[in-house]
Write a protein that binds this ligand. Sequence first.
Ligand SMILES: NC(=O)c1ccc[n+]([C@@H]2O[C@H](COP(=O)([O-])OP(=O)(O)OC[C@H]3O[C@@H](n4cnc5c(N)ncnc54)[C@H](O)[C@@H]3O)[C@@H](O)[C@H]2O)c1
Length: 391
Amino acid sequence: MSKNSGPKVSKKFAAYPRLNPLGVGKDISAADLIDEVMLAYNGGRLREASQLLAKKMLPKDGFIGMSLTGALTPAGLGKSCLIPLMKAGFVDWIVSTGANLYHDLHFGLDMQLHSGSPFLDDVVLHRDGVIRIYDVLFDYNVLLDTDAFVREVIQGPEFQRSMGTDEFHYLLGKYVAARGKKLGLKDSSVLATAYECGIPIFTSSPGDSSIGMNVAAMAMRGSALLPDVNRDVNQTAAIVYHAKSTGHTSSVWILGGGSPKNFMLQTEPQIQEVLGIQEKGHDYFLQVTDARPDTGGLSGATPAEAVSWGKVDPDKLPDSVVCYTDSTIALPLLTAYVLSRVKPRKLKRLYDHRDAILDVVKQKYLKSGTVTKVLTSRKIAKRSSSIGLKK
Ligand SMILES: NC(=O)c1ccc[n+]([C@@H]2O[C@H](COP(=O)([O-])OP(=O)(O)OC[C@H]3O[C@@H](n4cnc5c(N)ncnc54)[C@H](O)[C@@H]3O)[C@@H](O)[C@H]2O)c1
């Protein structure tokens, strides 16, 4: 964007750069297109989001939690964007729908998905054994074979217990990575890359996907695998506390909304309101979504609303960005931008330290209150009454 050069700028516009776009040339890079051409409306928000990532979220080794909703991996965004971002050290932990991880398996197992059309006859597709996700098509056997892979893997002894979904996905990723090696694949699965990079991946609703469906089926065959959702809630909060207590920023990069958005954001109220540990909220908030705020649903809830819950640090609110667009447009552009503007970072490998990270929060919590009362760090009016079993 043009600096305020040329004719003198009136004082009232001093804070606002002149809107003076570059003419698009045939060799323009994605990053320059964003900086110099996307100047207003949701294009402008995408530029702000890109710059927020490059100038505030990623520097000084800030922690980046990414949440994934919408059918991103079926559209190829795992391979094209998420894996390059993970390998560059730009994503430190993830909360995903099970669907994105399930459909990632197709790529990790070298199955074929096809670019189709949203205007096909679904009755004919059903007859022909073709599955459709809007304009992405694949054979019904892709589902059956992926399901069989999940069931075969999880019948192994290391899966016969309760575990956090980060551990479950790590172990699953190990098998996907091994299968990928056999098939001669490179960088094709998010789960396998997360395993290799030590990036914890959680899912907020472990039963709500074909992975969860196969885990449930295997329970009827005597499998002892059970998602430990309590561990997930505490472990995600512990990652955020680890970031903040070691002098780093904690950023949320939200694609879509849904339950992964809340699962990522609720880490702060878990630390402050429930565990009674002093904290201020996430530092930076970046969301790409099509969800509107006026229905009251969490998907469309703004960062300002999140401040009231203690999810976002009120002092950092002006830095928040919400871009109302489709993630399939925004994510490739954001990825291209940060890969060209920011040097790769050292991997944090948070998964490798999961027990130690959790233990710090546990010890702090056990000191900060009792079952009936926790200390609150918020300066709010004294409560006139309280409700408890003995009242
Ligand atoms: N076979 C499977 O395993 C399977 C398949 C589909 C869905 N599911 C499950 O259904 C649940 C819902 O998943 P979902 O991902 O469809 O979430 P969703 O439809 O609830 O979407 C969540 C939010 O993201 C927004 N969003 C979705 N796509 C977007 C895009 N491209 N760009 C911007 N915003 C977008 C939506 O508007 C919404 O606000 C999950 O638990 C998932 O695991 C499972």
